[in-house]
Design a protein around this ligand. Sequence first.
Ligand SMILES: [Zn+2]
Length: 312
Amino acid sequence: MKVEWPFNRCIICQLPPVLPNKMTEEHVIPAALSGKLKAEFLCKNCNDKLGEKVDHTACSDLEIRRAALEMPNMPQDRLAKINQRLNEGQRFVIRSPGQPDVEAVAKGDLIQPVTFVNARGRLVQPTDLVVKELRRFMLERGKSEAEVRDAIDKYKAGPVGDDIEPTPGFVTHKHSFENATLHTKGSPVRSLLMLKIAYEFLALILGPAIYEPNPAQDKIRSYLENLDDEYPFIEKFPLADKYRIHGIAVEATKPFVSFQVRIFGSMAYRVNFPGYTVPIRRWGYTHDLGSGVDGPVDRDILSPPASSTTKR
Ligand SMILES: [Zn+2]
């Protein structure tokens, strides 16, 4: 579900986009977590920053991953797709004895190291990229296809863990992945993720009022702008039942507003905004991850959506 956002200012840094950039599309629940609720209300800068530091890190969070796999009544094809998205966003570190850590990303079924420059200033990159580079390098210097093939063979047969020069002037380093172990990267930034979701949902409710001067709002924004994971007013609450939904609900029945955020049915958080009120009492959004249907709801999201109780 895409919400129209006709206001040309970022809801986080409050600035208009730096030309020639336009406002960029933001998923309130990260796309990497199969979220569908979106609006063009972040500048590229804020979107890139939150995408890198919050959305992608969420994919490495083991509790989030477990919640995704444990949703009940999930059609296999949809579950496979959710899992694939989680893996696409996942960052890894490959650790090999006696060698520096190498960062890697998942691409389809493969975990592929990213290109980096090692301590001796040598470029280390995945084999397919080296082969491509080597070919380009040699063809530019008038070498024949046969010579290119020879050099590629020489590179592939060369020793790992060492510099290798398959053709004069082209030096690369073959990193050894022998005895390598795979680790997920980064620490969970769960509270920042929940704060981001709640704040963006607040913006969808308020519309242009999100830009009005307000110390309570400025405070919330400062956590997001500084990627500060210490926002104190977030509670996790236990759930007895599991549903196959993402959900966000606003509750303004207390003296202040709070947001319920549910990710993959079983991860439930309450994000409180003390000293802050909104002009509605109760409103929510759910996304049924089994059917793909999403939209606004006017009831408590803790009640199961009708579709998740029907037998398949
Ligand atoms: Zn911004």
